[in-house]
Design a protein around this ligand. Structure first.
Ligand SMILES: Cc1cc2nc3c(=O)[nH]c(=O)nc-3n(C[C@H](O)[C@H](O)[C@H](O)COP(=O)(O)OP(=O)(O)OC[C@H]3O[C@@H](n4cnc5c(N)ncnc54)[C@H](O)[C@@H]3O)c2cc1C
Length: 374
């Protein structure tokens, strides 16, 4: 039996950030993931500069042997109407490949790692959590993404009662022929909003890789929406005709619509396991790493792992991202019959697509990178 102070379940951005932030604290940490790394994660692979800054990623080091696509422009529209392109002049964001990015973050973690090991059982025994009958700790951190087994121990757990974003994506390396046929440009990701405003699709070229996907909070007929979008993009030459492979699906929660409790006695959730992705954009990597750093901050100071002590983490999340009930009612509340035509008009405006869609909703330019002492 291996004994630790805490066990982190999941070695994605949330788990690896937490493990790294707890180095030099004297805590014995074990990180477990069901997959061997490098592993892929269904994702568009777009990260904001705040993520690079907060994680102190040396871009020169990162891009040696990895894909790093600087973004300077955005192409935005509602499906079925002409796109608006805005030039931000400077680099405003980056495209990465998750198989590389997550592996890079995990390579910086030096605590014991148990990879290719699915967590199958979590049992409470004598004040400890016993995982797979093999490892024990008084605290387990759920960093296992949307279907995290640790999240199942809290409240109603993941399930049909939740309003999820269902998304599908494909990422592949283009052949020379596909690359020359593809009109999408690397420094200009394309965002195409569904006409009912329930989601959006993207075409995101990163060097020679192309990532295409669509996510909706109403997952009814997701495949149909995706197929129609892909056909449209092919017909207009934005993407090559011959897409290889199949689209992979995944689910996650938007912060304002999630209801998962964040802590309980000896349990704490970070990242997608906690349901923290930004409500307007679905960006989840930044909230995942910020939540991990806030958790580390609390774990460094807390006298014990009781729910009441860990609530300091819940409070920090509410302070950073707003309380969920307030976030749910943020923004202009308009009836649908007015929302849709209004959005169609606004999506033709350079000012709106630049200032509101890109800078506010997608880049969070008004939210400074998280400052926590590490
Ligand atoms: C299609 C799609 C596109 C997206 N695009 C973007 C984007 O462009 N930018 C962005 O910021 N966000 C994006 N997101 C959201 C983003 O991918 C997530 O918010 C982010 O990955 C959350 O990180 P995490 O570490 O919490 O979880 P994850 O990255 O999901 O990592 C969880 C880890 O836990 C492991 N795990 C799961 N179950 C177990 C188990 N039983 N035992 C052991 N290990 C387990 C998994 O193997 C995985 O490695 C997208 C999401 C989807 C679905």
């Amino acid at each position: 039996m291996g004994h630790y102070d805490l066990i982190i379940v999941g070695a994605g951005p949330a788990g690896s950030t937490l493990a790294d932030a707890l180095k030099n604290t004297g805590k014995r940490v074990l990180i477990i993931d069901k997959q061997a790394f490098p592993r892929d994660k269904t994702c568009a692979g777009w990260v904001t500069p705040a993520v690079i800054k907060t994680l102190k990623i040396d871009l020169a080091d990162y891009q040696s042997g990895r894909t790093l696509q600087p973004i300077r422009r955005f192409r935005i529209s509602m499906m079925g109407q002409a796109a608006v392109e805005n030039d931000h002049a400077d680099i405003v964001s980056y495209g990465i490949r998750r198989c590389e990015f997550d592996d890079y973050l995990l390579s910086r973690v030096h605590c014991p790692k148990q990879l290719a090991t699915p967590v199958k059982s979590i049992v409470r025994k004598d004040g400890n959590w016993l995982i797979n009958d093999t490892w024990a700790a008084p605290l387990i951190v759920g960093a296992g993404g949307h279907f995290c087994p640790v999240a199942q121990l809290l409240g109603d757990g993941p399930g049909g009662h939740e309003t999820i974003v269902a998304a599908k994506e494909v990422e592949f390396e283009m052949t020379a022929q596909q690359a020359s046929a593809c009109q999408a440009r690397g420094d200009t990701p394309e965002l195409w909003f569904c006409r009912d405003l329930k989601g959006y699709a993207w075409v995101f070229r990163k060097g020679n890789y192309l990532n295409i996907g669509l996510g909706r909070e109403d997952n009814h007929k997701l495949t149909g929406h995706l197929e129609a979008f892909v056909e449209d993009m092919k017909a207009s030459g934005r993407i090559p005709e011959d897409l290889p492979g199949r689209f992979k699906g995944h689910a996650y929660l938007l912060y304002a619509h999630a209801q998962r409790p964040l802590v309980d006695d000896g349990i704490l959730l970070v990242g997608d396991s906690a349901g923290l992705a930004y409500t307007q954009s679905g960006e989840g990597i930044r909230p995942a790493i910020e939540s991990a750093l806030m958790a580390a901050d609390v774990l460094r100071q807390t006298p014990d792992y009781s729910a009441s002590s860990l609530q300091a983490y819940g409070d920090a999340i509410a302070e950073r991202f707003g309380t969920r009930s307030v976030a749910r009612h943020e923004g202009l509340q308009l009836p649908d019959w007015l929302k849709v035509p209004l959005a169609s008009t606004l999506m033709r405006s350079h000012w709106f697509t630049r200032k509101v869609v890109t800078e506010k909703w997608f880049l969070h330019k008004d939210v400074a990178p998280l400052q926590v002492a590490v």
